[in-house]
Design a protein around this ligand. Structure first.
Ligand code: PLP
Length: 375
């Protein structure tokens, strides 16, 4: 008997949210409007009163943060090679130069010692990524930023609901960018938000979000910067408001599933199978993903195929960015960031989503063990 297909991620949208979306569709106002404002107010409250603006992705949020910080040609921005390619693409998008620093093999996040060593007089900003929702050492990160007078654009796309030493990610720091793409812990189908520092940055964010336009009175309109088309719709914001009501429960459920993964794998899994489990952090990480690093003796594609044959979906997040053609053309090559290259080849994402049960976790673990255990 084959079990039904288990994807590695699946959004959960409740009936109340679906009904609220239908109301918006019938309301006569379906683009940015009152729902966007309400969602922004809710987000701002969640992030300790800091100003927040929403957008149509968690990519343009970072591009806009870089623009607000005045970063452009001639400036260097340091980031990790292990992220969704968006993280580095936004650096190129504003005309700046991407600089990578290798990762820590245990956390799989940027190694802050290597980050600091990569700083030059041209460095203007750093974009840390919290892979799978696990933050970096935030005290150290901001100490480095302060010491070298760098802006920080946190790519917290995966870290909604994560915290650092009791403080919510987003409730402190410099620019903090989140994504509400369909696979994220909270979704708006597509979308993102940016936590900002002050009214001046908010005004700029609003301009960059919509063609550089400022309106006043009944017919006043001015354009003084080059903006794009990045606004969130009321349809998306309504999904976000519905999703946000359950954020604490979502985080708690994912932490419980992660704990169950560890229990089911058992303490001898790494030694027996040669695979590496994630950091067992149930306080700070929101467990956006549960990822293992495979042993060298198996090809990831073979592993994924064998899991698929057992009706279990897997993903790979992420191959090292600097080895993509676009980045090789800029001079990046194999051997520059060996830990990222190795992890990027071997990392695999196991199913993790809110509607999963402990039985699902056990099914995944026994499948992984059946493939990896040496006879
Ligand atoms: C999802 C994600 C992004 C991009 O977000 P979009 O909303 O899809 O544009 C960027 N960085 C990381 C680490 C992500 O996981």
């Amino acid at each position: 008997m084959t079990e039904p297909f288990l994807p590695f991620s699946r959004p959960t949208i409740d009936e109340q949210t679906i009904a609220a979306v239908a109301d918006v569709l019938r309301s006569g106002w379906i683009t940015s409007g009152p729902k966007v404002q309400a969602f922004e107010a809710r987000l701002s409250e969640y992030f300790g009163g800091r100003p927040v603006r929403t957008f149509n992705s968690g990519t343009c949020t970072m591009e806009i943060a870089l623009r607000i910080a005045g970063i452009g040609p001639g400036d260097e921005v340091i980031t990790t090679p292990i992220s969704w390619v968006a993280t580095a693409n936004v650096i190129l998008e504003v005309g700046a130069t991407p600089v990578f620093a290798d990762i820590d093999p245990v956390t799989r996040n940027i190694d802050l010692n290597k980050l600091e060593a990569a700083i030059t007089p041209r460095t203007k900003a750093i974009i840390p990524v919290y892979l799978a929702g696990l933050p970096v050492d935030m005290d150290r990160l901001y100490a480095i930023a302060e010491h070298h007078r760098l802006r920080v654009v946190e790519d917290a796309a995966q870290a909604l609901g994560s915290s650092w030493r009791g403080k919510r990610i987003g409730a402190f720091g410099d620019f903090v960018s989140f994504s509400f793409q369909a696979n994220k812990n909270i979704t708006t189908s597509e979308g993102g938000c940016l936590v900002l520092n002050d009214a001046e940055e908010v005004a700029l964010a609003e301009k960059y979000r919509l063609q550089g336009v400022t309106r006043s009175g009944y017919d006043g309109i001015e354009v003084d910067v080059l903006g794009g088309k990045f606004n969130m719709t009321d349809i998306a914001a309504t999904i976000g408001l519905g999703q946000f009501a359950g954020i604490d429960a979502v985080t708690a459920q994912r932490r419980a599933l992660a704990r169950h993964y560890f229990t089911s794998f058992g303490t001898d899994f790494e030694a027996r199978c040669g695979a590496q489990l994630p950091v067992a952090d149930f306080e700070q990480s929101n467990w956006h993903m549960f990822q293992i690093v495979l042993p060298e003796r198996i090809q990831r594609a073979d592993f994924m195929e064998r899991m698929a044959k057992l009706n279990i979906g897997t993903g790979y997040h992420y191959p090292a960015i600097h080895l993509f053609k676009l980045y090789r053309a800029l001079g990046f090559a194999e051997g520059m960031f060996p830990i990222a290259e190795s992890v990027g080849r071997r990392i695999v994402t196991l199913p993790m989503f809110t509607a999963m049960t402990e039985n699902h976790v056990e099914r995944v673990v026994s499948a992984v063990k059946s493939i990896l255990q040496r006879e």
